[in-house]
Design a protein around this ligand. Structure first.
Ligand code: GDP
Ligand code: MG
Length: 163
């Protein structure tokens, strides 16, 4: 059985790094789509023996003005609607920020099925941020490093029952 997993979170937490790791080269660019869907990337992802569709919200990294809030919100809402599971990334080194709370609110309001991942947690660098992630109230977080490929076994075991 296949499912769709949306990788969501504020800019710079490592969504695209994780997406690229899960999808590898099998990237299907979602172009010719109206509206915000243009900024969502879809790909065939693989984690252990799990095969699924991963969604990355792209194209927001360079926007810094106030319009970002609304755009990010719409994009995230759209990704959540498309997904069976949302992988909510925070930056474990930065801890939980006010912007992370905005995303947590969106996920709560949408009643999304959420897995919280504290990324950039290679070594022990993100331990404090990882612990802060419990305060989001979205369940037990998992430590990962998208860049170094750490914590993916644990992520697999968390995703698998929901697949
Ligand atoms: P996005 O904006 O959420 O898509 O984030 P990106 O995937 O573009 O990553 C933002 C920055 O964080 C880049 O410089 C990445 O190299 C870095 N990054 C991503 N994952 C990790 C990680 O696991 N550890 C560390 N130390 N840096 C990471
Ligand atoms: Mg990105």
């Amino acid at each position: 059985m296949s499912f769709t997993l949306a990788i969501v979170g504020r800019p710079n937490v490592g969504k695209s790094t994780l997406f690229n790791r899960l999808v590898g080269k099998k990237l299907a660019l979602v172009d010719d789509q109206p509206g915000v869907t243009r900024d969502l990337r879809e790909g065939e992802a693989r984690l252990g023996d799990l095969r699924f569709i991963a969604i990355d919200s792209a194209g927001l990294e360079d926007v810094t003005d106030d319009s970002l809030q609304g755009r990010m919100r719409r994009l995230t809402e759209r990704a959540v609607e498309m997904a069976d599971i949302c992988l909510f990334l925070i930056d474990a080194r930065a801890g939980v920020t006010a912007q992370d709370e905005v995303f947590a609110d969106i996920l709560r309001k949408k009643n999304a099925h959420v897995i919280v991942a504290a990324n950039k947690a290679e070594g022990n660098a993100g331990e404090a941020g990882f612990l802060e992630a419990y305060s989001l109230g979205l369940g037990e977080p998992v430590r990962i490093s998208a860049e170094h490929g750490e914590g993916l076994d644990e992520l697999y075991h968390i995703i698998r029952p929901h697949a």
